[in-house]
Design a protein around this ligand. Structure first.
Ligand code: FES
Ligand SMILES: [Fe+2]
Length: 342
C-alpha cells in the first residue's frame, strides 16, 4: 500500500506494542486489532497476560465480548470455550471437539507498563528483540517514565511513521509549543546501527519557548539536540536534550511513540515519555502531559487529513526533499523487513 511498494503492508515477525499493563484483568477481555486481526486480551488468575485471536471460529462472534471462566475465554454467542493456549476445551452442544476448532494464541510480553505482542510465527518470537527499555530510558534510574495516551488513527501506519521521522513539521504544525523555525532549517544527519535508524539535529543558540523554559526552569539560550531513533518497525524514540552554551546539560526528555498497525488503513498509537529532571514534580508531569496531548492531536488530525487526501487520488504521489532522508530510509527498512518475510 502506498507509500510502500504495491502489495506491501507490514512485517509480521516483529514485536509491537499492544497496550498498557493496567488495561488487562481477569474479568473483562479487551478487544484490539493488530495487523488486520482481532485480538482478545486478558489475564489469567495468576496474573499472566494472554492474547488470543479475537474471532470465534464458529460464527465469527468477537471473543472479547465473551466471559473469562477459569482462565479460559467462553464465547458469548454459543459458549465454545478456548483455553489460554487457544485450544477449544468445550462445545456445549456436543462431546467431540474437532482439532480445527481452535484460535491462535499470540506471544505477549510485559515490559515496563507496555504489553508487547508478536503476531507472526510464534517459534520466531525472541524476547531479546524487544527494544531495551533501559536504553530508551523507560526503566533506567534517574528517569521518571510516564504513560501518556493512546489513540486509534484512521490512517495507514506509514503516514504516522513518516510524521515521526520528519520533525521539520514541528516548526509549523506545532509552532508555539515544541516547534521553532530552527528545527525546520537545521539539516538532519541520518545514521544507522543494528538496532535503530537515527536522525540527528543540533541547534545552537536556540531561545527556549514558553513550554520548554517552564518545565526546565531555565531562561536563556541553549544548545538543543534532537535525536529521533527508529526501532523498526514499531517504535520511535525522540530524545530532546538541552544544554547551556558551555555544554552543561539542563535537562533531557524522551518521547516514546509506539506505532502498531491495526489494519492497512488504521493505526494504533501508544505514547509514553520520560524525563531526567524535576523527577518528583507533579506540576511538570501535568504540564508535559497537557502539551503532548495537544501536540499529538495535531499529528492525528494531520495524518488523517493526508489519509483522506491520498484515498481520493487515483495514483498517490509525493515530492521529496533533503529533509525527507530519514523518513525514506525508515520506509526502505520497513520494506526490507516485509521483503525478507516473502
Ligand atoms: S460464535 Fe462463538 S460459539 Fe458460536
Ligand atoms: Fe508531530
Amino acid at each position: 500500500m502506498w507509500p510502500l511498494k504495491p502489495g506491501y503492508e507490514y512485517p509480521r515477525n516483529q514485536w509491537y506494542v499492544a497496550g498498557w499493563s493496567h488495561e488487562l484483568n481477569n474479568e473483562t477481555p479487551v478487544e484490539r486489532w493488530f495487523l488486520g486481526e482481532p485480538v482478545a486480551l486478558y489475564r489469567d488468575k495468576a496474573g499472566k497476560a494472554i492474547a488470543l485471536e479475537g474471532r470465534c471460529p464458529h460464527r465469527n462472534y468477537p471473543l472479547a465480548k465473551g466471559i473469562i471462566r477459569d482462565d479460559a475465554l467462553e464465547c458469548g454467542y454459543h459458549g465454545f470455550t478456548f483455553a489460554s493456549d487457544g485450544r477449544c476445551v468445550r462445545i456445549p452442544s456436543q462431546e467431540v471437539i474437532p482439532a480445527v476448532c481452535r484460535v491462535k494464541a499470540y506471544p505477549l510480553v510485559e515490559k515496563w507498563q507496555w504489553l508487547w505482542i508478536w503476531m507472526g510465527d510464534p517459534d520466531k518470537a525472541d524476547e531479546s528483540l524487544i527494544p531495551d527499555h533501559d536504553e530508551i530510558r523507560l526503566t533506567s534510574p534517574g528517569w521518571v517514565a510516564v504513560e501518556a495516551l493512546d489513540r486509534v488513527l484512521e490512517c495507514r501506519p506509514q503516514l504516522l511513521h513518516e510524521n515521526l521521522t520528519d520533525i521539520s513539521h514541528l516548526a509549523f504544525l506545532h509552532a508555539g509549543t515544541i516547534g521553532t523555525d530552527a528545527v525546520a532549517s537545521t539539516r538532519v544527519e541520518v545514521s544507522q546501527n543494528e538496532r535503530f535508524l537515527r536522525g540527528s539535529r543540533r541547534i545552537a543558540g536556540e531561545t527556549l519557548t514558553g513550554f520548554f523554559s517552564d518545565v526546565l526552569g531555565y531562561d536563556g539560550t541553549v544548545e538543543r539536540v534532537v535525536l529521533i531513533d527508529f526501532y523498526a518497525p514499531s517504535l520511535h524514540v525522540a530524545l530532546e536534550s538541552f544544554r547551556t552554551p558551555e555544554g552543561e546539560v539542563i535537562g533531557e526528555f524522551r518521547v516514546h511513540h509506539a506505532v502498531t498497525p491495526a489494519g492497512p488503513g488504521r493505526t494504533n498509537y501508544f505514547l509514553a515519555w520520560s524525563r531526567s529532571f524535576a523527577l518528583e514534580d507533579q506540576g511538570v508531569t501535568d504540564t508535559m502531559n497537557t502539551v503532548f496531548e495537544g501536540v499529538i492531536q495535531q499529528d492525528v488530525e494531520a495524518t488523517e487529513a493526508i489519509e483522506a487526501m491520498v484515498r481520493q487520488m487515483a495514483e498517490p504521489k509525493e515530492l521529496l526533499v533533503r529533509a525527507d532522508d530519514h523518513s525514506i530510509r525508515a520506509r526502505r527498512w520497513i520494506e526490507e523487513l516485509i521483503e525478507a518475510e516473502r
